[in-house]
Design a protein around this ligand. Structure first.
Ligand SMILES: [Fe+2]
Ligand SMILES: [Fe+2]
Length: 139
């Protein structure tokens, strides 16, 4: 398991927590598939499919938060969106790298050492402040 849902930070908006939960499931499945791919138990296509699914989910996740921030004119919207855009670019690069090299170690390393610390920190800071702000309108 890459991320344990049990001790993943929660924010003040249930919809955001649900989206994070779904994303954790998807990224955990991708991570397991990468490990299994290394042992020849999973095909390249299966990994590509899960990577695609993960990317789509991240895009939806970010779009959802950005939509609410715009709608309710959240003051730190540009900063929050900037972080989303930066990580999305990294993930798109990672996908290209996978298509090029089919090297699971690059993805495993990115997920463990970049994505996990980033998402935990992001949820504890920007998502937390954003959810607190939005909960004034949405609860
Ligand atoms: Fe989020
Ligand atoms: Fe966010």
């Amino acid at each position: 398991m890459l991320i344990n849902k049990e001790n993943f930070p929660k924010v003040a908006l249930d919809e955001m927590n649900s989206i994070h939960d779904v994303e954790i499931d998807i990224v955990n499945r991708l991570y397991e598939a990468l490990k299994d791919f290394k042992e020849g138990k999973v095909s390249q296509e299966e990994v590509s499919k899960l990577l695609e699914e993960f990317l789509k989910d991240v895009q939806e996740h970010f779009k959802f938060e950005q939509g609410l921030m715009e709608e309710y004119q959240f003051f730190a919207y540009p900063m929050h969106k900037g972080e989303h855009d930066r990580v999305l670019m990294e993930l798109l690069e990672l996908k290209k790298e996978w298509e090029r090299s089919k090297n699971p170690d690059i993805l495993i390393d990115y997920l463990e050492n970049q994505f996990v610390p980033w998402i935990i920190n992001h949820v504890q800071t920007m998502d937390t402040v954003t959810a607190m702000y939005l909960s004034n309108f949405l609860k």
